[in-house]
Design a protein around this ligand. Sequence first.
Ligand code: A2P
Length: 418
Amino acid sequence: MNGPVPVEILRQHLIDPEICIRCNTCEETCPIDAITHDGANYVVNADVCNRCMACVPPCPTGAIDNWRNVLKADAYSIDEQYAWDELPAQNSSVGALVEAQAPGATGEAQAPPAAVDAPVAASDMVRGSTVPPWSAARPYVHLYTHKAPTTAIVVGNYRLTDDATESDIHHIVLDFGAMPFPVLEGQSIGILPPGLTADGRAHHARQYSIASPRDGERPGYNNVSLTVKRITCDHGGNATEGVCSNYLCDLKKGDVVTVIGPFGNTFLMPNHPGSHLLMICTGTGSAPMRAMTEYRRRRRLKGATGKLMLFFGARTQQELPYFGSLMNLPKDFIDINLVFSRTPGQRKRYVQDAMRERAVDVAHLLDDTSTHIYVCGLKGMEEGVLQALREIAETHGMDWEALWDRLKREGRLHLETY
Ligand code: A2P
């Protein structure tokens, strides 16, 4: 017998070091610890990764969604990946082999794993939509990168929270002048803080959701706003100084900031007039909700209909960003439900408690195919909110598993927690 010797080809999962903002989301999300990092890069261990895709939707930049066909024996090692400044090109001879074995499977980035060795389905691990709403505008992404960033000028920096409180949250307005920087509500940008890390490397970018609508913080201006909380302690409560948040919160008018992005092509708002928005957030997770609400407020004057319902949690009223401006919005435009967890003398309330109290109205929205759900804020909230949605759906006669699946498939359930 002298037929061709079969070679084992691997669709290797890789992370683009030029786009990755080192936010750790992929490493946290990976259910089998296939992702790891050193001081330079986040990398995927080819021996462990089963291409389940659980890490792909949560990645804020899309750096995670890169694939190369390699001979299994020649898969890029972790150490090779640590040394990369950019991804290698697809090896054309392996590409030709794959094309022969599985026509059409040779695409490079932005493609799901091809069928050379079938991926493990992980629909149960992906909790939110991986596609945008059908009517969302097409976003621009990655116009500016680590290698070729742009700059913006600070035109405003205001503290949003009461001076007497511990939470120091700022509304920062950045103007791009004549440099094109098109954004949509729900997208984010990366900020490159100046200075070096303790081991002498440039700081990697930190990602912030845009808090202003597509036509600018000020309509018609080429500017965006961010909602930034000064980080003074880590998740464990130990004192630490957030490199980028402190830099941003201390900026003065006229300062120049280095920016990359925009990022994000799924957490986007629907554009059809009758679409409803159910928005659930905590703290600075309010940024995309403010952007969407303001865009709808501006469009409302031009006849956009559809309901807006907001659940917003903060420690106290004084620590809730945008409290004053939210309270000034007309009641027939947006149904606002604020909850506070640390108001002296009052019981602790979370957004999911308020959702249960408003179950009938939430159920009406869940039952309407025009409803799009957005959840942004603390990681811990995600589980609680999904649980509340399940309970509300089931007590109102809906099959949550089927509805959840449909919401995900139709780009109507968007989760961004950190
Ligand atoms: P808590 O007082 O228990 O920390 P932060 O100011 O830290 O960004 O938090 C915003 C709000 O989110 C706070 O009211 C906080 O309450 C609340 N929160 C904390 N954990 C959860 C959770 N698992 N689900 C919903 N809300 C939460």
